[in-house]
Design a protein around this ligand. Structure first.
Ligand SMILES: NC(=O)c1ccc[n+]([C@@H]2O[C@H](COP(=O)([O-])OP(=O)(O)OC[C@H]3O[C@@H](n4cnc5c(N)ncnc54)[C@H](O)[C@@H]3O)[C@@H](O)[C@H]2O)c1
Ligand SMILES: O=P(O)(O)OC[C@H]1O[C@H](O[C@H]2[C@H](O)[C@@H](O)[C@@H](O)O[C@@H]2CO)[C@H](O)[C@@H](O)[C@@H]1O
Ligand SMILES: [Mn+2]
Length: 438
């Protein structure tokens, strides 16, 4: 089997160790021979280089080559796969995305609401510039993208690089499935879910359980209504997210929703208890970002130590499984973010949607639902996808008016007055990241 050259773009990402651990645990089905770390932050990239070299030594895999670079040509030329997970503006800008809307009493969140739109206007510039390098230096490489906000990124790539070899993916649904399986006594690896939506804005249609040979979503809904979803193994923010997911099922029991829909269906409850002086971005900067830096420094101080652990999880497993399904033409089934093109028959064809797909050597082949989705979900999605398209219009056209329309139409916003106030504040906060809107 071909030996693989892989570039991790956003190499300094806090998720890189988990992805590399998964790669090393799956070397037989995805035989990586070279790992390139590409980042614009040389310090973060160097921290990760130290950590990855340590992980390879710890597992006795010193035969795998690791290099780090901030030069796109060095990063991408000759690559077979590129895993991309960049955060344009870093956590300091995510902090602004979260705090500015919260100060106006609206949802302040990484990928949802107006925080997500601010992130989207920032991300498109950096991501499309990186994609232009990839098209120049490695047009044949497969880009597997985790960079958020996925719907906005996917729509901007669909317009700017319509023939790019890219698959956009999100690990939220497999995170949800793992939590539901663990909570209610199923093995979610035995599930064949039917799911539709925009990214972070979707619903399960059915969940076929191979062991019991039936759709178990009805019985799962009954259990959730009776017990709620209590998940406190991943910190307070996820505990609240899963509590709200349970609440949504109780109020709208037809389907199991993506947890992120709390920000659109119950924005008042979502912001209840949020501390505008200390948001999720602050917790992460004080948490996993700090821990990673400390671990890199511990390794630099003592190259012989072997007691530092870096775990793997669903985040790494999903992207490595997807890469292996392409490399080995396995036709494994994933949820991917792709142009609709009729997969959801009664939603506009040019929407970018999150649906199940078989992934093989040709890429992602979406599965069509063949029947209309309910008006409640269709109505919410139509409005939100129109808002997302207006945001991408605003980026390419450098249009203030399109940005204001997008902000006003975002399904977390009650008034154009507040939309305009937040937009004007975010223009100042995002100077140098957003295009100059006229
Ligand atoms: N799709 C999903 O379900 C999913 C899951 C987890 C994280 N994410 C996304 O993955 C990304 C990384 O998340 P994280 O928490 O590890 O963030 P992080 O800040 O720890 O890592 C991001 C890295 O990207 C680098 N970077 C920023 N702009 C860049 C550019 N233009 N070119 C190259 N590198 C650049 C940064 O220097 C940093 O090292 C974010 O976009 C996050 O939202 C997506
Ligand atoms: O607040 P963060 O940065 O910790 O997480 C935001 C991301 O949350 C989701 O990814 C989670 C995933 O759902 C969970 O199971 C575990 O793997 O951690 C991931 C990253 O924290 C979501 O899918 C992403 O889009 C968000 O960026
Ligand atoms: Mn996601």
């Amino acid at each position: 089997m071909k030996k693989i050259t892989l570039c991790i773009a956003g190499g300094g990402s806090t998720h890189t160790p988990g992805i590399v651990r998964t790669l090393l645990n799956n070397i037989e089905k995805f035989p990586v021979k070279t790992i390139r770390l590409y980042d614009i932050d040389a310090e973060k990239n160097d921290d990760m280089y130290v950590i990855i070299k340590y992980m390879l030594k710890q597992q006795g895999l010193n035969g795998i080559e690791v290099m780090k670079t901030e030069i796109p040509k060095e990063a991408f030329e000759g690559c077979d796969f590129i895993f991309s997970q960049i955060r344009v503006g870093g956590f300091k800008m995510r902090e602004q995305d979260e705090k500015i809307p919260l100060r106006h009493g609206l949802v302040g969140q990484e990928t949802c609401g107006l925080g997500g739109f601010a992130y989207g206007l920032r991300s498109m510039g950096g991501f499309l510039k990186m994609m232009s390098y990839i098209q120049e230096f490695a047009p044949e490489a497969w880009v597997l993208n985790y960079t958020n906000p996925e719907s906005i990124i996917a729509e901007s790539v669909r317009r700017r690089f319509p023939n790019a070899k890219i698959i956009n993916a999100c690990d939220m649904t497999i995170g949800i499935e793992e939590v539901l399986g663990n909570t209610f006594g199923y093995d979610s690896k035995d599930w064949i879910p039917e799911y539709y939506g925009l990214n972070h804005f979707g619903w399960y249609k059915s969940i076929y359980d191979i062991a019991s040979q039936k759709d178990i979503m009805p019985e799962l809904i009954d259990k959730i209504i009776e017990n709620g979803i209590h998940w406190d193994r991943a910190g307070e923010s996820w505990k609240k997210a899963y509590y709200m997911m349970g609440h949504m099922v109780k109020v709208f029991p037809s389907n199991i929703p993506n947890n992120y829909l709390e920000y659109y269906l119950f924005p008042d409850m979502a912001i209840d208890g949020e501390d505008v002086s200390y948001t999720r971005a602050n917790a992460i900067m004080d948490g996993r970002v700090k821990e990673l830096k400390e671990k890199a420094d511990m390794i630099r101080k003592d190259h012989e130590r072997t007691d530092i652990d870096f775990g793997s999880g669903v985040h790494g497993q999903y992207i490595v499984d997807m890469a292996s399904s392409i490399l080995n033409n396995l036709n494994m089934r994933f949820k991917v973010i792709v142009p609709n093109k009729g997969a959801i028959p009664n939603l506009r064809q040019d929407a970018v949607v999150e649906v199940p797909a078989y992934v093989n050597a040709k890429g992602a082949e979406p599965i069509s639902f063949r029947e209309d989705i309910p008006d409640f979900h269709k109505g919410l999605m139509e409005a939100q996808v129109a808002a997302e398209k207006l945001l991408v219009d605003a980026f390419f056209e450098k249009s203030y008016q399109k940005a204001l329309q997008a902000f006003t139409l975002n399904q977390s916003v009650p008034s154009a007055r507040i939309a305009k106030q937040i937009l004007d504040e975010m223009i100042i906060a995002n100077e140098g990241y957003w295009p100059e809107l006229k």
